[in-house]
Ligand binder design. Sequence first.
Ligand SMILES: NC(=O)c1ccc[n+]([C@@H]2O[C@H](COP(=O)([O-])OP(=O)(O)OC[C@H]3O[C@@H](n4cnc5c(N)ncnc54)[C@H](O)[C@@H]3O)[C@@H](O)[C@H]2O)c1
Length: 408
Amino acid sequence: MVQDPVRVAFVGCGGMSREHLSAWRALHGRGARFEVVAAADPAVALAEGAAAAAAQWQGRPVAVHADWRRMLEECHPDAVDVCTPHDLHHEVAAGCMEAGADVIVEKPLAVTLRAGRRMLAAARRHGRILATAEQVRRWPGSRALAWAAGGSLLGRPLLASIQFVGGSRRDPEAADRPGPMPWRLDRRRSGGGVAIDIGVHMADLLLYCFGPIRRVTATCALWADRPFADGRTPDVEDAMQILLEFESGMHCTWAHASVLCGQALHTNAYYGTRGSIASAGFYPTAPRWQRWDGQETLEPEALIGRCLDALPAEERERLFPGWLCPDPLHPQAGGDIGVQLELAEFLEAVRTRRAPEVGGAEGYAAQAVAAAILESGHLGGQPLLVDDVASGRISRYQDPLDAALGLA
Ligand SMILES: NC(=O)c1ccc[n+]([C@@H]2O[C@H](COP(=O)([O-])OP(=O)(O)OC[C@H]3O[C@@H](n4cnc5c(N)ncnc54)[C@H](O)[C@@H]3O)[C@@H](O)[C@H]2O)c1
């Protein structure tokens, strides 16, 4: 029986958890019914920081734990927000669900697809909610793109062209360049580089807007391959060139190499039989529509406004609940509105047992595309059916990771 208010715990209190904390705070400020009961992280100072912050705004103490298992035994949360490195997602999520808690886990769902399947099985076995934290599709620009896809503005979608190339201000040949967090450089802990870390966001967005992806052809490379000052050598790919073929016949070309220095080329554009939608940056945060003849355009606010006006009231309330986001074009303070929306929907799912929009299965589907990119790259650019990777028939890139994690 879920308690009211829902008792929430945090596991992993690093960088992304701080973004979640801001969102939880914003939800609390707008009257969402939950209470933070515990924060767990072996870096205890980080757990203490999160606990102190939440205790201050909710006016109730928050327990601090180094060990998440002990936290479960002592605090019995209804819901757990997991923001750990990727190699821990399956173990922590399954452990929490076994202990009777619902779980939202940061993307990617898991470090490998086999680990992801363990999570899906655990959710089924214990009858728990498993949500994947995925904010990108929840942004107003993404909702507008999904709405326009297949409608009269875009027509039948034909091509997505995504470029996230250049713009790094780091010297790729310098040995003393600062590095990302150590676990991100380690394939066994992260499951791969940009494909899994950032690629799952784009994969989820494309699946959401344009439907299933049938085949993936990719090359992957490690270009900033110098050892770091402390001697660590990254073994994850930082660049990928991809062709995606959708079930619908649509194609996507996607060049991702933000590790390159010099000129930044960061755009995403979507072409259909009636027009195009394009945005600067990696995601459609500022989508601009242009009609086939170039004679009519809609600037981002106008396009998003048209989408909001067209949504049936119930759907608009589902996507942008009035209590949290009354004006999606001008979200209130509290950090990333997509993160606020995903956590608000998770709370609602915990309370009502309604399936979240991005559950375990949706997280798995996005991860399968990322895994297909890695598997295709590993096989020298061989075209692969996503189904063959999702089903586990092709897993050569992931096999050593599963073996190292004791999952093989
Ligand atoms: N949605 C987004 O835009 C976004 C952005 C950044 C990161 N993320 C995701 O968030 C997750 C965390 O990434 P991050 O950037 O916060 O990494 P991070 O390294 O900053 O934080 C991870 C935290 O987990 C803690 N941790 C390690 N082992 C643990 C254990 N056994 N129990 C509890 N905590 C443990 C670490 O001490 C650290 O504080 C990843 O899944 C990452 O992909 C998502």
